[in-house]
Design a protein around this ligand. Structure first.
Ligand code: BGC
Length: 590
């Protein structure tokens, strides 16, 4: 692709990012620190299923606003909203019918503005979705395109073909449902291209009008004051014969144009890439060494390996992938997650590891979907509180900014019998009442509340866990609070330490003068092992970040760990150490 002259005049130098920070005024509510996203703890939710404010059985902005305090009390400082734009909801809102309108089921634009102002007032930065790879077939652009003359700019908003035998190198992503990336349109009398569902035609990024229209959408939401944009399905923007139609140079060039535009006009805003690709490719979305594309990208390579490691009780898969995905450009950050609104995708694993994941985590065929597993975290981890707390400990202590999927903090379950991925998108369980405190409607809810004996709302709900200091909710809160005590979690380097047991992970996280020691036993059995501590920290005192306990670092060279035990320490230099340096065992009180 030649540089998009309509967007960036030729010869325009890449902006000096420090200068941009000085010249672009901060919008009200924007974070003061340009690297705020490195300290973010993000709470991901769907307006539709979080809280229903008007009693119609569908979650809405009014309900969400009323629950923002809960998210803040969890310790999150950012929210990621799943799509809330006008949509036929055939793909839960990822099928957009109008980019600049709120779906009326969730409220009005004024409600959205109130939400944004209130979130900012509480110190929550807001990520929304920029879904530009495709629209819904219901979008007016598609309706105009299918009727427009062949070769006209309107027709060329989408990718049309007389044959469905083009771009055969591109995989079919939703391969359980879609037989092909082409669908015949009887109105246009041609095939249109789609990487996802057939009702989601891909926009044609070779058309400069499309690129301009996408910039306008981006500016619309940034002008309103959103802090971050999740770039959905961003690897698939262009099509070229003889390629996989993923990660093409043209896509990266377009991302650089987006980043330039963002930096030019908006201070301290963030692009978050959704790219489910192997490590060497995933990291290219930060920009080739220059950090000139996305600020953040989801850590897809790590996520399934966390689950592999937990089930195999072996730290190896985590250590190797974290090493492989380390050393990012200065401004880049992984968004690390355990589960999200999609199936747990295993496409980036080897065929053997994929099979293992299916065998271990999806024994019933209905649990599988496409190349993934449609289950939530708690059922995946057998609803075992110790293993769930350990999983959260890894999420919150490995490099990156953690993203917590709503409901996982209370151990919500799933319903694999619902359509598509709806089983992991059920209403938030606030109370043990019939509508789970999500809605007071006596009509069927937007999705049914989980009602089984183990995970049903009467057993698993916020209200009950609030009153129990040993609940998962409180354990997660305490971990998030401990994380907030050190920027080394979000910004520090990582160095793995040699341990004599394969099931024990130990690492140092360092940022400026702050050094943390993180230890986790992935095994279901007690472990006694030796930890090789570097000489320079041997004289330090290890202070637990969870309580007031302190122990001489040297005493940690011989470790005794309970099943699934984890510890987070700050290593304090001798001068600053308080008097208690007893080598007594430090119990993890999380
Ligand atoms: C979203 C999915 C969605 C797909 C198509 C994804 O990457 O996370 O939920 O179905 O994009 O829009």
């Amino acid at each position: 692709m030649t540089p998009d002259t309509a967007l960036v005049p030729p010869g325009t130098p890449a902006p000096d990012r420090r200068a941009v920070v000085r010249t672009s005024p901060l919008a009200p509510g924007s974070a003061a620190d340009p690297l705020w996203y490195k300290d973010a703890v993000v709470y991901q939710l769907h307006v539709r299923t979080f809280a229903d404010g008007n009693g119609d059985g569908i979650g809405d902005f009014a309900g969400l606003i009323a629950r923002l305090g809960y998210i803040r009390r969890l310790g999150a400082n950012a929210i990621w909203l799943l799509p809330f734009y006008e949509s036929p909801l055939k793909d839960d809102g990822y099928d957009i019918a109008h980019y600049e309108r709120i779906d009326p089921r969730y409220g009005t634009m004024d409600d959205f503005k109130r939400f944004l102002a209130e979130a900012h007032r509480l110190g929550l930065q807001v990520f929304t979705e920029l879904i530009i790879n495709h629209t819904s077939t219901a979008h007016p652009w598609f309706q105009a395109s299918r009727r427009a003359p062949v070769g006209s700019p309107k027709r060329n908003y989408y990718v049309w073909s007389d044959s469905d035998r083009r771009y055969l190198g591109a995989r079919v992503i939703f391969n359980d449902i879609e037989p092909s990336n082409w669908t015949w349109d009887p109105v246009a009398k041609a095939y249109y291209w789609h990487r996802f569902f057939h009702h989601q035609p891909d926009l044609n990024f070779d058309n400069p009008r499309v690129r301009r229209a996408v910039f306008k959408v981006m500016r619309f939401w940034l002008d309103l004051g959103v802090d971050g944009l999740r770039l959905d399905a961003i690897a698939h923007l262009y099509e070229r014969e003889g390629t996989s139609c993923e990660n093409l140079p043209e896509t990266h060039e377009f991302l650089r144009a987006i980043r330039t535009e963002m930096d030019r006009r908006y201070a301290h805003r963030v692009l978050l890439a959704e790219v489910d690709q192997p490590p060497p490719i995933a990291r290219t979305y930060f920009g080739a060494g220059a950090g000139d594309e996305c600020h953040m990208a989801f850590q897809f390579p790590l996520m399934p390996r966390l689950f592999l490691a937990l089930k195999r009780e072996d730290a190896g898969p985590i250590v190797s992938i974290v090493k492989e995905t380390d050393h990012l450009p200065e401004s880049a950050q992984w968004a690390i997650f355990l589960r999200n609104h999609d199936e747990l995708t295993i496409s980036a694993l080897t065929p053997e590891d994929r099979q293992l994941m299916f065998d271990l985590y999806a024994p019933e065929p209905r649990m599988r979907l496409n190349l993934g597993i449609r289950r939530r975290m708690a059922p995946l981890l057998d609803n075992d509180p110790s293993r769930m707390a350990l999983a959260f400990s890894l999420l919150l202590s490995l490099p990156g900014s953690p993203v917590i999927y709503y409901g996982d903090e209370i151990g919500m379950g799933d319903n694999i019998w619902l359509n598509d991925r709806d089983g992991v998108r059920t209403p938030m369980q606030w109370t043990g009442t019939a509508g789970a405190g999500f809605s007071e409607s006596d009509q069927p809810l937007t999705l049914p509340v989980i009602d089984d004996l183990i995970y049903g709302a009467s057993t698993v709900n916020v209200e009950q866990q609030e009153s129990d200091p040993s609940s998962m909710l409180w354990r997660v809160r305490r971990m998030v609070a401990a994380r907030a005590r050190s920027q080394a979690f979000g910004r520090g380097t990582i160095d793995f330490l040699t341990v004599t047991c394969g099931s024990v992970l130990a690492c140092l996280r360092c940022y400026r003068d702050d050094t943390l020691l993180i230890i986790a036993n992935l095994a279901s059995t007690p472990q006694r092992c030796e930890l090789m501590l570097p000489a320079e920290i041997a004289d330090r005192t290890a202070h637990s970040l969870f309580n007031d306990d302190a122990v001489a670092s040297a005493a940690l060279a011989a470790l005794s760990l309970a099943p699934f035990e984890f510890r987070w320490y700050r290593l304090v230099r001798p001068m600053a150490a308080p008097s208690s340096t007893s080598p007594a065992s430090v119990q993890n009180s999380i």
